[in-house]
Design a protein. Structure first.
Length: 102
């Protein structure tokens, strides 16, 4: 009788471990599809936007400054915000490139 109870207890512990592992795997999968994957997609879109900028594009910086690109460097942009007013910004500070009006 004692051996039967001991065998049942060992069987339940193994099942509990498997259930715990499955739960952690399920949580990781949900975390990946709900948080990590969308973030990676947004990062790719942002990198694409930053690499496709060119002179003459209108941009909005993360500080809310609107202007037009008049000069470019590898890491910086020269943005004209008004007549004869040009500011130098890091490329990474650009938050949006609005659609060009035709």
């Amino acid at each position: 009788m004692y051996q039967l109870i001991l065998a049942q207890a060992e069987g339940q512990q193994g099942g509990g471990l498997i259930t715990t592992i499955i739960m952690f795997a399920l949580i990781f999968v949900i975390f990946y599809f709900m948080i990590l994957r969308p973030q990676q997609k947004r990062n790719k879109e942002r990198e694409k936007m930053l690499s496709e900028m060119k002179k003459g594009d209108k941009v909005i910086t993360s500080g809310g400054i609107h202007g037009k690109i008049v000069g470019m460097d590898e890491k910086t942009l020269l943005i004209e915000v008004d007549d004869n007013v040009k500011l130098k910004f890091e490329r990474s500070s650009v938050s949006a490139v609005p659609a060009q009006e035709k």
